[in-house]
Design a protein around this ligand. Structure first.
Ligand code: HEC
Ligand code: HEC
Length: 298
């Protein structure tokens, strides 16, 4: 009996030891992965100052999804509060807690490369959705951000729990978009939107963060565990049965031909409603050209 107890004690000690080593490893790995620095050359951006450009910047900031995370007044706030941790989307205004002394190049680095002023890879900020956005569009977005009223809000929480760290350490949470971006590829100077596959591809970058780069759907990064998976937008999904008018209706009202009412919390159609008909038509045209791909289930 004594012998067994001794052995069991030894076994438990080994287990605890292994557990501790695991925790240390998770901390070390997640620290390295979450604190990566990027040394990028300064990218000059010409930022317009006319009212028409600023208004177009507001429309872009909305349908490109910035306001989903940084809030409608861009004053920032809680974005993730989940078992993996707490992450705020920062205040982008010039108010207290906001982006003071940001140059046009600093905004550009954050939006297109997912890298902060001091070279840190930004968490969650989906720069891979914006890396190909034209100079003209990024310029208008910056013009709008520089002209919005200042909001005082110190939204700067950035914490991972042990679970969050483990998922980051083992590559299960794509925390830093800068890791996935080829920073040497240049974005176009300007894209004229027409009802074409090319324009559709350009605009559909906004959908990839949730519907995944193959558009086959799956879990939405940062969404609650019980939130619905993003739908398959390739011709293997429901879209194969829809016509253009039905697709436009889904993007403006969230109501699908199958009779589902999509909650704008899960799929931000209320922001997409600001897209012009031609923009939505172009996206539909592009999605039709995708190879049918099996629906992602995670
Ligand atoms: C899915 C949520 C999400 C979306 C969408 C999003 N952001 Fe962010 N953004 C974040 C988070 C979170 C951070 C802070 C990350 C950090 O500090 O590590 C951030 C950081 C930034 C920063 C850098 C702030 C700094 O301190 O360096 C800028 C600028 C910015 N976002 C602008 C934008 C713009 C413009 C858009 C739309 C084109 C946008 N973001 C879309 C979540 C988002
Ligand atoms: C923030 C995440 C997110 C973004 C960004 C997003 N979607 Fe979605 N989308 C979802 C989710 C989640 C669903 C499933 C909703 C449900 O089942 O209730 C969905 C469903 C859809 C549907 C319904 C499909 C069906 O079979 O019923 C369409 C169409 C759609 N999205 C198109 C788009 C397009 C086009 C874009 C880009 C302009 C886009 N989405 C961007 C999350 C997103």
């Amino acid at each position: 009996m004594k012998k067994i107890k001794k052995r069991l004690g030894g076994f438990i000690c080994v287990l605890i030891g292994l557990g501790l080593i695991m925790v240390v490893l998770i901390f070390a790995l997640s620290e390295t992965k979450s604190n990566r620095s990027f040394n990028l050359p300064i990218e000059q951006m010409s930022v317009p100052t006319d009212i028409a450009a600023i208004n177009e910047g507001k429309r872009l900031v909305t349908f490109r999804g910035c306001t989903e995370c940084h809030k409608p007044n861009l004053g920032g706030g809680e974005f993730i509060n989940a078992p993996i941790g707490k992450i705020d989307a920062p205040n982008l205004t010039r108010g207290k807690g906001g982006l003071m002394n940001f140059t046009d190049a600093d905004y550009t680095r954050a939006i297109r490369h997912g890298v902060s002023k001091d070279g840190r890879g930004l968490w969650i900020m989906p720069a891979d959705d914006y890396k190909s956005m034209s100079d003209a569009d990024v310029g208008k977005i910056i013009a709008y951000i520089k002209n919005i009223p200042a909001v005082d809000n110190e939204a700067s929480t950035r914490q991972l729990t042990l679970l969050g760290r483990a998922l980051v350490a083992f590559g299960q949470i794509p925390l830093i978009s800068a890791d996935r971006i080829d920073h040497t590829v240049k974005a176009p100077a300007m894209v004229d939107i027409t009802v074409s596959v090319e324009s559709g591809k350009y605009l559909a970058d906004t959908c990839q963060g949730c519907h995944n780069p193959r558009f086959s759907g799956g879990s939405v990064p940062g969404a609650a565990p019980n939130a619905p998976l993003a739908a398959n937008l390739t011709p293997a999904g429901n879209l194969k049965n829809w016509n253009e008018a039905q697709f436009i209706a889904v993007m403006r009202t969230g109501k699908t031909p199958e009779g589902k009412q999509i909650d704008p919390q899960n799929m931000p159609w209320s922001s997409f409603a600001l897209m012009k008909d031609d923009e939505i038509k172009a996206i539909f045209m592009y999605l039709k050209t995708l190879p049918p791909t099996a629906t992602s289930t995670r």
